[in-house]
Design a protein around this ligand. Sequence first.
Ligand SMILES: [Zn+2]
Length: 322
Amino acid sequence: MERLPVRQIVMPTPYAVGPVNAYLIEADPVTLIDAGIDTPQARNAMWLELHAAGYFPESIEQVIVTHGHPDHYGLIAEIQEVSGATVYFPAREIERVRDKQMLFQVGKLLVGAGMPLDLLFKMDQERRRDPHGNALRDSEVVPIEEGKIFHLQSELGDFTLESLHMPGHTGGHMVFFEPRTRSLFAGDQLLPDTSPNPLLEPSLDDPSERRRSLKEYLVSLEKMAALDATVAFPGHGDVIEDPGALITSTIEHHSKRKVRIAGMLSDQPRSPYELAQQMYPNAGGYDVFLSVSEVIAHLDLIVDDSDAVVTERDGVTYYQAT
Ligand SMILES: [Zn+2]
């Protein structure tokens, strides 16, 4: 089976998720999929790896970003400055990252999930101390939509990368599929060591509404399975040699998690925050956000199964078993 001329670049991050990957495709144009995080440690790792492959930051001709999290696009501004590379960014992720209202809307969603206000303020302060998200402000990006095709030429042959909108982890997440080698650049939509968190976010179509992130994610996984990729390059962790099996086990993980959360419901109304506290009693800071996201995402499925009913009191949504 043919392989893409691709190199994994692993960079450290200060986040709990651990190291993040970018991928160098040694073709014309010289292409980078994702761009690490804006820290000296990540920059060193990226520059060293480029040198090891016989390149310089100046050699990069295009950067293609999977989603708008600072560990995936942190170095775009710097790379663009030294190389003049074109940076392609999922259109809907640009909206999400640049829209200051979004954070306010996420805060509102967390209050609606029962999170105490003092905890929300603490989380917001922590976020403000995280200086890693400025690259999108300082660079010029070209928005991309579903169906955008990138052409790559190399000594190994000509390749194409097809852009596919696959929401889930975030609302505007894109993956890139190379049909000849059946290679998939999966971003954070498929991870070998952990299941991607379907994040609590406002709907991109109606910011006053919540995105049904896990439902979107499960649809994306089905779409991803249909690609029948033979290799997947994830945003974190090792290259995935059997994407189909990982997709199946990820779907199973969520269905087990759904059963577990459904089992925590009773005839007493409980908020997603209370349920998240019970599941992850030691979570603090940003992890509280992740745990509430996870609980709400699964509650959507449980309500769809008619195993829970929703009530609202004082702006907080409660769930109880049927
Ligand atoms: Zn990530």
